[in-house]
Each structure stands twice: as C-alpha cells, then as structure tokens.
Design a protein around this ligand. Structure first.
Ligand code: BGC
Length: 373
C-alpha cells in the first residue's frame, strides 16, 4: 500500500520518519517534550496532554527510549508533588475539595517547575492521558511499569478524587463545564493504570469503579441525539471527541455512539480533510488542525473506513512546509477570519512546528501500517 506523496513530494513514511527525528532532536535531556520550540506562548513548557500523545506517537514508531524518558519526566513531576496530591485527595474525601488554584498545573518547565507565566491551569485530562500512554507503550513493547509505580498511584488517587470537577478543556477554555473529552482521558487512564498490574488490589478496584462511573456519566449526560457532546449538557460536538471514540477507545468507534460521533464531526467540523476544533472557535481565526484530522482518521480506521483515514492523513501531511514542519493549525478555511489578526499580533504566527501535530501524523501512519516500528 502506498500513500500519495504530499504536495512537497515527501511520502508519508518519509514525513513520519522525519517527524520522529524532529521530535527526538527537540526532546529535552530530562525527557520533557516542548509543545513547540519557537512559539512565544509555549516556549519552555511541556504539557502532560501534548506530551502523552507525543510519547505514544514515538512509541508507535519504535522510539521506546524517547517515550520512556518522557514517562520518567512525568513521574518526577508527580513524585515531587506527592504531598500536594495527598492533601488534595484528603480534602476531597473530607468533603472540602481544594479550590481550582490549588489543583495540579497543566504544563511544566522542562526542569519540572510550574513556571512564572500565567496559564489556564487546572485541566484534568493530561493526568489520564499520560497513564493511557504508559499502558499503550507497555502493551506494545512489554517492559515493567513498576519504574513509574508511585507516579501511577498518585495519578490514580488524584483522578479518582477529582474526576467530576469542572475544569478547563483540551483547548484551555470553558472552565465552568465538565468536558466529555476530559472524562474520556480520565476513563482511559484509569483503565490502563489498572491493567498495568502495578496497583495494589484496593486501588485497582477503586480505579475500575471510577472508570465505570465516568463511562456511565458520559453515556447519561455527555451524549445527545446518540452522539457524544462537547461538555455535559451541551448539544454541540468538539473534535477532541474523536479521541474518545478512536485512539483512547473509551466509546468503541464501531458502536452506535462512536459512529454517530464520527458522522457529526464530519458534518459539523470537517472541510475537505481539515478538522476545526469546534464551531465557535476564534483562536487564530478558528482554522483547521492537522492533529485533529489524524485523530478523526484513527477513529474512522477503527470504525472500518481505511479509505477516509488515508484521505485525512494525506490532508494532514500536506500541511507540512518545505522543511517538513507541521503547524498547529492552517488558515485555508477559517470560522472567524476577523479574529485571526488579534492572535498574530498577540503571540506571532501560528506555532510551527507543533510536536503534537507531528506525533499524530506518525500515530495514524503507524496504525495504517505506513511506519516501520
Ligand atoms: C492548545 C492546547 C495545547 C497547547 C500546547 C494550546 O493552544 O489549546 O491543547 O495543549 O496549545 O500545544
């Protein structure tokens, strides 16, 4: 099977290989993956969310050491905050949850500090996503997750105590809601943590009980007209839901809810192969995100439509520039063109390269058999 070359004449396997090289070259010596090496607002920070998907992409390309160094970094960040996490968990158990400002941050400097810049902190999803990535990695390559046991325990305790709190979503917005993609990340993380076999029996039982409760909440309150919703009670979709039915496998892609969600994402948010985050998006004018095309591609593939998955992959690959660098978003089709300028003035041009975009290209290409692992 050969995929079309990109308009830069770079084949998918070539772009995937170059992407893995790029990510490896930018990974910090301590294991952190920068979100983007050049974009002003992201400079010097590593996100648990981006990093987990980047590690999963690298793991899928056989870059085991890179993925494991990222998990080591996550473990150091978590272990250094053991007392904070224990106190968050104890306060929740006493019925007095700590305020959002005392919850864990979303991104950290490469040396594991919160950093001095204000950010939209308190996002739960990354603490599930890194657990999920560890689970995927160990399933793929074997090995012993005991090396990360303490950090896995801390993450499980944190998520079990906090999963139903409103928090910022993947896009660091709408903090007043409980987001279905955040819940999906929590469920996937707890499932994988329990499957790793490193938890004591009582924690494993709790993890699986909460995972069930999260999935039930998604089915009861996070589903509308048969498809997943952006947040509990919303009628809209968000492209991050492609992960819940695809790569995270919380709602099977081939199930009625999975199929209905994919159809809704195609209809509402996809133009050609480019996927918007959500209809009201105004960030940089609300363009199309190649990483989301790849997320949707994985969902399609798992629902049995490899042809659509290949189209989405080709679209994502074509966003790479002549040097092979992929952006966070492109402006071929903007939802709010009048809002593009203000972001360029504030933060400069769109982030490029965005490592998460490269990682998702690798990951979809790997699932299509286009990357040698
Ligand atoms: C996105 C986040 C992402 C961060 C770093 C933000 O603009 O909304 O999802 O984690 O950039 O890439």
């Amino acid at each position: 099977m050969t995929l079309p070359t990109t308009d830069r004449q770079r084949s998918i396997p070539e772009l995937a290989a170059a992407s893995a090289e790029l990510i490896a070259s930018l990974q910090d010596a301590g294991g952190a993956y920068p979100a983007s090496p050049t974009f002003s607002a992201y400079l010097g920070y590593s996100w648990f969310r981006d990093g987990a998907f980047i590690a999963d992409g690298m793991s899928s390309a056989g870059r085991t050491g890179s993925a494991e160094r990222f998990f080591d970094w996550c473990a150091r960040v978590l272990e250094a905050r053991a007392m904070q996490i224990e106190s968050i968990v104890a306060s929740a158990a006493e019925g007095h949850p700590v305020p959002d400002a005392e919850m864990l941050a979303t991104r950290f400097t490469f040396d594991g500090r919160e950093g001095d810049d204000e950010w939209w902190d308190f996002q739960l999803d990354g603490y599930g996503t890194w657990l999920w990535a560890v689970g995927e990695h160990v399933r793929r390559h074997g090995g012993d997750a005991a090396r990360w046991r303490r950090a896995i325990e801390l993450s499980v305790d944190y998520l079990c105590a906090s999963w139903d709190r409103p928090c910022f979503d993947w896009w660091e917005e709408h903090a007043m809601h409980v987001h279905v993609s955040t819940l999906g990340c929590v469920a996937a993380g707890l499932r994988e943590a329990a499957a790793l076999g490193v938890l004591d029996a009582s924690r494993a039982v709790t993890a699986l009980a909460v995972e069930t409760a999260v999935r039930e909440r998604i089915a009861a309150d996070g589903t509308v007209d048969g498809h997943l919703a952006k947040w509990l009670g919303s009628t809209a979709v968000d492209a991050s839901l492609a992960a819940v039915v695809g790569i995270l496998d919380v709602v099977p892609a081939g199930s009625p809810s999975g199929r209905a969600t994919i159809a809704e994402l195609e209809q509402d948010l996809t133009v050609d192969g480019g996927v918007h985050r959500y209809l009201d998006d105004t960030f940089f004018g609300g363009g199309q995100w190649p990483l989301l095309s790849c997320m949707l591609g994985i969902a399609h593939l798992r629902a049995g439509d490899a042809e659509r998955a290949r189209e989405l992959l080709a679209w994502a690959a074509a966003t790479a520039d002549a040097a092979g660098a992929m952006p966070e978003q492109v402006d071929d089709h903007l939802l709010a063109p009048e809002r593009q300028r203000e972001w360029i003035d504030r933060w400069g041009p769109v982030a490029r390269p965005l490592l998460w975009s490269h990682a998702m290209l690798i990951r979809l290409a790997a699932e299509l058999g286009e990357v040698a692992a």
